[in-house]
Design a protein around this ligand. Structure first.
Ligand code: HEM
Length: 333
């Protein structure tokens, strides 16, 4: 499968970014391009106009506000964001417009859903949810998270990535293919490591469906049916008993045979990285897609640039990365 094909050999001196570009203002693969990619119809060419992203953001805010911190006094945030659901009528008309887009742009997908015995309406709500919440919302957290890890890493890692990516792409005739990405050991490792250090979904809740015992390295905890369980992913993914220097970003951690053995402890998808989602295990259904787009981000970035510097902060529930310098690619691998 061909993912991109274009001239990628660039040569020019380092470039200071005149006005810093921030990941909160950069355009992720927002609902416009996602709509185009999934259904072949750009939302901006429909009655949604250019308002697709703002409507999607508003609806997302209503979904995610229990997790948000806006920097307001704690008492206000707890009361207005974290205690009661926000009244849904405030987002209803935006949702209706988004639904309208999906229901006509994805008509052929909905035809298939009907043939499979699903209700057209239910399938459309689900399609909207996976596109805007999982894909768009996920990318808004995933991409800045990967860039943050790269920004904080040693520039030597940037040169190693550029070297790997460009030499593999060159060997593939200048094309970014799935087979080429599969050969990029370091690139793959960097994406796994970013997801290990900074899993985009950190908090998880669930009610125990039956009595169970949860074990840690040195203790066992009885949980009774009906009890609410809360999990904080970084506690598991940065466990120093499993990962040497577990709290540190080590770009090549998953390279080589020994590195690969650690993959089963990468848990961002609500399951082990070595397992696959099924209808029974509640693992992220977009797991492989997420890994692929994460790798593509790194590949496309280091085909264009040798290195970069950035300021790193936090915004809402993710990282904010503000580029302060970009050095254009000086070699073709
Ligand atoms: C960076 C992006 C993403 C992250 C971090 C992520 C993470 C997760 C996590 C942690 C869960 C488990 C939630 C729970 O039950 O506690 C989950 C479930 C799920 N994800 Fe993702 N996801 C992402 C993108 C996607 C995409 C792109 C899709 C599909 C297009 C998708 C589809 C799903 C579905 C359908 C489930 C529910 C699975 C089930 O309950 O059986 N996700 N995801």
């Amino acid at each position: 499968m061909l993912l991109s094909s274009r001239p990628w050999s660039l040569s020019s001196p380092p470039l200071r970014v005149p006005s810093p570009i921030s990941t909160s203002s950069m355009t992720p693969p927002h609902s416009t391009s996602l709509g185009d990619v999934h259904f072949g119809i750009r939302p901006s060419s429909t009655s949604l106009g250019t308002e697709g992203p703002s409507k999607a953001n508003k609806w997302l805010f209503f979904q995610l506000c229990p997790l948000l911190t806006l920097g307001l006094p704690k008492i206000l945030e707890e009361l207005f964001l974290h205690t009661f659901p926000l009244p849904s009528f405030l987002a209803k008309s935006d949702y209706k417009d988004l639904y309208g887009y999906f229901s006509s742009a994805a008509a052929s997908v909905l035809d298939t859903a009907e043939k499979l015995g699903l209700s057209r309406e239910e399938a459309c709500h689900n399609l909207l949810f996976t596109t805007i919440f999982n894909s768009y919302g996920g990318a808004k957290v995933l991409f800045p998270g990967i860039l943050k890890c790269l920004a904080l890493a040693h520039p030597r890692l940037h040169s190693r990535l550029a070297e790997e990516i460009r030499s593999v792409v060159k060997a593939e005739g200048g094309k970014v293919t799935l087979a080429a990405i599969e050969k990029m050991e370091l690139t793959k490792s960097v994406v796994y490591e970013a997801l290990r250090m900074d899993p985009p979904v950190k908090f998880q809740y669930g009610k125990a469906k039956h009595d169970l015992v949860i074990e840690s390295h040195d203790a066992r905890y009885k949980v009774s049916k009906g009890e609410m369980i809360f999990g904080y992913q970084p506690l598991a993914t940065q466990d120093t008993k499993v990962f040497e220097n577990g709290g540190e970003f080590v770009g090549d951690r998953f390279v080589g045979n020994e590195g690969k053995k650690l993959l089963k402890h990468v848990l961002w998808s609500n399951g082990h990285e070595t397992e696959s989602p099924t209808v029974r295990n509640k693992q992220c259904a977009g797991k492989d897609f997420v890994i692929l787009v994460g790798r593509l981000l790194v590949v496309e970035f280091f085909l264009r640039y040798d290195t970069f510097t950035a300021e790193v902060g936090t915004i809402m529930f993710g990282s904010q990365v503000t580029f302060t310098s970009l050095t254009k690619a000086t070699s073709s691998g």
